[in-house]
Design a protein around this ligand. Structure first.
Ligand code: SF4
Length: 363
């Protein structure tokens, strides 16, 4: 991305922040750098941070980055000075990390591991406050092995992600299936399943499902004081669980496409930023978004999950075509199974209710 595109984007946003069109009470903005590998373009990141620091506005900015840590030794001083929150991709021990290779095909583990250790020994406070880990699960690691390794080596808890199954080329599907490992299966196959599940807390998929369930269906969770006064049975629900564009974030690709989130396919770009400026057409965005929702309305009306739907419409097969079918649709029977799955997990772990409410919901 060219710096001029960054500037045009920030200028565009700054105008909105200064206007009366923003009602965010927090006045805080997080700017995150993703790749590829963001440390490969540190020049642009430095320029961006410098520019943000000069914006004449009373707003707090925080910076974060997802990195493979290969170039951490070169740039750690700057990252520490700017208190950049780092999410380091580390898939566990040497074997677990072995899909992440260097240019010559060799495992990058030793290099990455040494860099992380160096960061920790040089800047222990920064490491403790600003560094976290994410590990991708596949057929060469396990949830337990990865979690224990990172806890033992760095005294941190990693989050575990499964391989993303969207956009795989047809000829690569077999390879994907061989590499893919499901997190629940991996946890269940652990000898210390109970203890591991307890330690993983929200990283454990059943607990994460339960949290969502309590959020949506317990009737005991309120987003704010106003929602205490609203009769939820008369509130019309918007189909799907998709974030309204720009409600939470704005994502800009390296080529200047603007999306509502970094996780969705670029074919759903909402606009673009060029050297001339930001091109976003609100009417078109609203009309496209409503068009997708309309396609699903009938299914959602009949779906027993619709009051607590978490399904992102951009992950529904053929959403751009005719008659897309939502794979998350639940009839009465399926919804009962889903409810008993969540409630059984609570029944088996009764202390979770208090822990989830106190440590997650109320926070
Ligand atoms: S899960 Fe149900 S409510 Fe959600 S998008 Fe699919 S059909 Fe609609």
């Amino acid at each position: 991305m060219k710096f001029v595109q960054v500037k045009k984007t920030l200028d565009y946003l700054a105008d909105i922040w200064r206007s009366n069109n923003t009602d965010s009470a927090k006045q805080k903005t997080h700017i995150s750098f993703y790749g590829g590998e963001p440390l490969m373009n540190m020049k642009l990141i430095k320029q961006t941070i410098k520019y943000v620091e000069q914006i004449d506005i009373s707003r707090e900015f925080r910076f974060s980055m997802t990195t493979n840590a290969m170039l951490l030794d070169k740039f750690m001083e700057y990252l520490v000075t700017k208190e950049v929150d780092l999410l380091i991709s580390l898939d566990g021990d040497e074997r677990g990390h072995s899909y992440r290779v260097k240019k010559d095909g060799a495992n990058s583990f030793n290099h990455v591991f040494t860099n992380i250790k160096l960061l920790r020994s040089k800047y222990p406070d920064y490491f403790s406050k600003h560094v976290s880990f994410n590990s991708v699960l596949h057929n060469r690691n396990s949830v337990e092995g990865t979690y224990k390794f990172i806890e033992h080596e760095f005294d941190k808890q990693t989050t575990i992600s499964e391989l993303n199954n969207s956009g795989i080329r047809p000829e690569k599907i077999n390879e994907f299936n061989m590499t893919y490992q499901n997190a629940t299966d991996s946890i269940m196959s652990s000898e210390n399943y109970k203890q591991l599940s307890k330690e993983l807390f929200l990283t454990e998929p059943n607990t994460s499902d339960l949290l969502n369930y309590l959020h949506k269906y317990s009737g005991n969770v309120f987003k704010n004081y106003n929602s205490l006064l609203i009769n939820k049975t008369v509130v019309e629900t918007i189909p799907t669980g998709t974030c309204v564009p720009f409600w939470k974030k704005m994502f800009v690709t390296v080529t200047g496409k603007i999306l509502q989130c970094e996780r969705i396919n670029h074919e759903f770009a909402l606009g673009s930023v060029t050297e001339i400026g930001v091109d976003l057409n609100s009417d078109k965005i609203a009309s496209d978004f409503n068009g997708y929702l309309d396609k699903l309305q009938q299914q959602c009306d009949k779906c027993h999950r619709n009051n607590g739907c978490m399904q992102c419409l951009f992950y529904i097969d053929n959403i751009s075509g005719d008659n897309p079918k939502c794979q998350g649709f639940m009839n009465e029977e399926k919804f009962k199974q889903y409810s008993s799955h969540c409630l059984n997990h609570l029944k088996n772990n009764p202390k979770l209710y208090k822990q989830l409410m106190e440590e997650v919901v109320m926070n």
